[in-house]
Design a protein around this ligand. Structure first.
Ligand SMILES: Cc1cc2nc3c(=O)[nH]c(=O)nc-3n(C[C@H](O)[C@H](O)[C@H](O)COP(=O)(O)OP(=O)(O)OC[C@H]3O[C@@H](n4cnc5c(N)ncnc54)[C@H](O)[C@@H]3O)c2cc1C
Length: 215
């Protein structure tokens, strides 16, 4: 924990176990990456994967975000998993259950075999089992791609779980004490695979896609 990543607001929701950080990163697919360009903050959603102590990001070599990341500008990466809505007895205490990560650092650009390995890790995270089957990126495609790694060094994790935190007076006094309250969990699952127009009628959906489950 650094001064920059010490959770001040609701510090009881701070989690310091590295395993929890890894579990959140491994369960998510989209990171929001913030940089400052000419004094203006920009926060953009992008795919990511964790590789050990790094968060791997890749994007177009023409992307401002990726060009700035490759230059090593200070970056802020967040990942949020929304676990549910919390229905309290007051509007003020109504809330969300979540697991969220914030990572500060400077990205390093990956090249050569290291970059290809990072692209494999990204593919394995987003599309498990697919890397073995797909055509790997060509020289031209590699040249059009910037792949960077943000080191997992300076980070924070904040988790909210469980019941509403209603005021004692709302729990004790009607009409609010009679109001239903609790949490409505959010569960994500995959739908039915939809073949594209080039798939032959006899082709089966690969098992890794047909039987894929949420992490
Ligand atoms: C899905 C979701 C919904 C939320 N909705 C609200 C809302 O409506 N209103 C609201 O006030 N807050 C909300 N929060 C909490 C919000 O993210 C901040 O934690 C809170 O606003 C306190 O901000 P702060 O600048 O005072 O944080 P501080 O505690 O001053 O932040 C200091 C450091 O703590 C760490 N930190 C703070 N928040 C987080 C976080 N969420 N995840 C990881 N690290 C963190 C960072 O390293 C940060 O630099 C929500 C969070 C999530 C994930």
């Amino acid at each position: 924990v650094t001064e920059r990543t010490r959770i001040r607001r609701s510090p009881d929701r701070a989690v310091h176990e590295r395993g929890v950080l890894d579990a959140i990163l491994d369960a998510g697919f989209v990171a929001h990456v913030g940089i400052v360009d000419s004094g203006q903050p920009y926060v953009l959603p992008t795919a990511y994967a964790r590789r050990g102590d790094q968060v791997i990001l890749h994007g177009s070599a023409a992307s401002r975000l990726f060009r700035r990341l490759a230059q090593g500008v200070p970056a802020c990466v967040t990942v949020t998993l929304l676990d549910g809505f919390v229905y309290a007895r007051s509007a003020f205490e109504s809330s969300m259950n979540y697991r969220s990560v914030m990572l500060l650092g400077e990205a390093v650009t990956l090249n050569g075999d290291d970059e290809l390995d990072a692209l494999r890790v990204l593919s394995d995270h987003l599309l498990p089992g697919r890397w073995a089957d797909v055509r790997h990126p060509s020289h031209k495609e590699r040249a059009a791609t910037l792949t960077v790694a943000v080191p997992i060094v300076e980070w924070s994790v904040k988790v909210r779980a469980g019941d509403p935190e209603d005021l004692a007076e709302d729990l004790a006094n009607p009409p609010w004490s009679a109001l239903w309250a609790g949490a409505l969990p959010i569960e994500q699952h995959f739908g039915t695979p939809v073949p594209d127009q080039h798939v032959a009628a006899f082709q089966q959906v690969p098992s890794v896609i047909a039987h894929r489950t949420m992490p």
